[in-house]
Structures are given as C-alpha cells and as structure tokens.
Ligand binder design. Structure first.
Ligand SMILES: *Cc1c(COP(=O)(O)O)cnc(C)c1O
Length: 397
C-alpha cells in the first residue's frame, strides 16, 4: 500500500523528542517551566461558557456551511471597529485559523506553485503547504534588526512565474515582529505589481505593545487580493473552541472557498454559539490582556538580554520572543536545561527555533520563548533561564 508523497513531505513535529526529555525531567522530580508552547493561560471570557450552557435546542444540527449568521455578523462588527468593512458574504467561519490557511492554499494554489513567506515563520505553514503540494519560499529576516522585512528588491527577487501569494503573520509568530505601515504598503505594492495574493494571518491583531498596527484590511489598493485569516484562539484565549474565519472582498475566491466549507459540512454549532459572545466581549478585556502581556514581555526580555552575546531586539507584538544565543546548538542547550540543569529543583524549556526556518542551516542558535505564564511565575522562569544560559556558556558549548 502507498502513502502519498505529499504527506511524506510534511515534516514531523520536531518538539516530540524534546517532550520526552521534559517528561523525564518531571519524572525525576524537577519542575519544568514551559516557555516552548503558544497556549495562552489567560481566562476565556465567561460569555463563551454561559452561551454553551444555555443552549436549548433539542437536536444538535449541522450549522450552515458558511457559519452561523449571528457569528458572521459579530465578526463583521468586530472588523468595523478597525475600520475594516466586510459584507456578510465576505466572511466564512472555519475550524480555526488552521483550516483558514489550508483552505486558502487549496483555493489559490496549484501543485508546484510557491508562496513567499518571511522566515522565521509559523511552522504549520510548512505542513499545510506540503500537504497541498506547494513550496514555501522563505524570505529571510534577522534577529539583528528585529525580524523586519528586507528591501523590496530582495523580496521581488524571490518571485518567479509559479509564485502565487505572499503569506505572513502580523504580529509575527515566532518573531514577535509587528510590521510597520511602510512594510505593509511595500508588500501590497509587490503583490499588485506581480499579481499575487496576500494571505494575511492576523490572529494576533490585538497583541501589539508599541507603535501602530496596520492591517491588510485597511489597504484599499489590494482589497481584491487580500485574504484575512483570523481566529478566537489567541484573541480570546479560546484555542480549544476551534473557531476561525476567513475573509476577503474577492467574490470569486469566496465562492470557491465556500465549496470547501460545504464539503466539510459545518463548524461545531456549540462552539460557534460561544464564539458569538466572545466577539461581543467589551474591548476593555483586550486592553487588559494586552497590558498583562506587555508586562510579561518586559520581565522576560529584561532578564534575557542581561546575558552577554544574546541578540534580541525587543519584540512589539504577539506573545513570543525570538533570541539568537551565543551557542552552537540551541537544541543541545534546551536538552541540557532539561537533563542537567536545575535551580532549587526547577528548570525551563524554551523552543529551539530551527523548525521555524525554511532555509537549511538557519535558526540553529536561536530559541523562541512564549510568555504564557503569569508574571510571578514568569519572573522565576526568566531568572532560571538567565542563570542556565550563563552556566551553559561557561561550559564553553
Ligand atoms: C495559533 C496560530 C494559528 C492558528 O490557530 P487556530 O487555533 O487554528 O486558530 C495561525 N497562525 C498563527 C501564526 C498562529 O500562531
């Protein structure tokens, strides 16, 4: 029997091996602070659970393939708050931002096409691209300048006749970069001049700590070529709800996307009922959450850069910090933290960053830290990380 080449090309999750190490560390009695995962710890707004509890229908039917009208309307209103105007038929509800990404690629790419993506990038982009027979062409960005984009010429030089789209996460996972208005305009120009789609992954839209934020939804010149990916996962700390959306003013792409939505029938009804309430959460919730994350970022960043040789510009968005360390192998460093290091029976687990790169050999000396622990715990974890790194460097590795 045969296994498809497409799926064979999907890289296996690299974190598995490390999870064995962390399991062993815990078994030996160590406390491990996880800075390696992007699962927020913030409380999901009560409205979600209340709505689910109060659901009164007798039969749990399929929802409409495009999503519950009330949810679409709630998202439409949410976008209006950002001066982004989508009609109801320009928004589809999907199973998380993940399904939005997969459906977008399936809809706009042929096998053999390629997509430009600034690297480091969210590693699942690779999995989805491989699964649909598309190649990711990385556009490398660097820790030294906070992972901002290279020049227009450099990006354009990566385009060829099989390039269909530019995909980017803004704010960025794993880099924490928030692109400037100029960068968003530059990408828009490139897309227009080279007839490309823009897949704008804006699931971290509210997680911006300094400076202004520009959504691709606000760039009129490219409104017919922008596909916006969104999700309640990070915004409302509701990763398990699996509710996302895909929005575009391009009628043709929406018509084609709807076919995929119809084929998979629907998105869970109860989660949509809950998500309607999430999108009605007062904006003060998001402001408070934003403040909390900003403080956490500062705690972690301030400890990290105390270690000489660490290269890291203070990130301004999402809830991640990427740092370049003066080590040969970040993977080895993380294993050492788990196996050989402890302070008072505690250690930390960062995520080695190699898996976020498409270019062979890059990211080997980098880690990503997710600040998804409460401030006090994070302060401990940050101190342990700093001490650990200092000791590891003394071992001359
Ligand atoms: C978490 C994440 C997603 C998708 O999350 P869902 O839970 O599927 O909505 C998409 N893009 C980025 C950059 C993410 O970090």
């Amino acid at each position: 029997m045969r296994i498809s080449k497409r799926i064979k090309n999907v890289p296996a999750s690299t974190i598995m091996e490390l999870l064995t190490y962390s399991a062993e560390a815990k078994k030996s009695g160590k406390k491990v602070y996880h800075l390696n995962i992007g699962q927020p710890d913030i409380k999901t707004p009560d409205g979600f659970f209340d709505a689910v509890k109060n659901y009164k229908e007798d039969v749990l039917e399929y929802a409409l393939s495009e999503g519950l009208p009330e949810l679409i309307e709630a998202i439409q209103n949410y976008y209006k708050g950002y001066d982004i105007n989508f009609a109801k038929d320009e928004i589809l509800i999907v199973n998380g931002g993940s399904e939005a990404l997969l459906f977008a690629m399936l809809t706009i790419c042929n096998e053999g096409d390629n997509i430009l993506v600034p690297e480091p990038f969210y590693s699942n982009y690779n999995s989805f691209a491989n699964a649909v027979g598309v190649t990711i062409r990385p556009v490398t960005t660097y820790a030294e300048n906070g992972f901002h984009l290279p020049s227009k010429e450099e990006i354009v030089s990566r385009i060829d006749k099989n390039t269909t789209a530019i995909l980017l996460s803004n704010p960025g996972n794993p880099s924490g970069v928030v692109y400037t208005k100029e960068e968003i305009e530059m990408i828009s120009e490139i897309a227009k001049e080279n007839d490309l789609w823009i897949i704008a992954d804006e699931v971290y839209r509210e997680f911006v700590y300094e400076g202004e934020y520009t959504s691709f939804g606000n760039i009129k010149e490219v409104e017919d070529r922008v596909i916006i990916v969104d999700s309640v996962s990070k915004r409302y700390s509701a990763c398990g709800a699996r509710i996302g959306s895909i929005a575009s003013k391009n009628k043709e792409v929406m018509t084609e996307l709807l076919k995929l939505c119809q084929a998979r029938l629907s998105v869970p009804t109860l989660e949509q009922v809950g998500a309607i309430e999430l999108y009605k959460t007062p904006t003060s919730y998001l402001t408070e959450v934003n403040e909390e994350y900003r403080e956490r970022r500062d705690v972690l960043y301030n400890e990290l850069v105390k270690v000489p040789g660490v290269i890291c510009k203070k990130p301004t968005g999402a809830f991640y910090i990427m740092a370049k360390l003066p080590v040969k192998s970040a993977d080895d460093f993380v294993k050492w933290l788990l196996r050989e290091f402890e302070i008072d029976g505690q250690t930390v687990m960062p995520c080695p960053a190699e898996g976020f790169y498409g270019t062979e050999g890059l990211g080997k000396d980098e880690i990503r830290l997710a600040y998804v622990l409460d401030k006090e715990t994070l302060a401990d974890a940050a101190r342990i990380l700093k001490e650990g790194l200092t000791e590891y460097l003394k071992l001359n590795k």
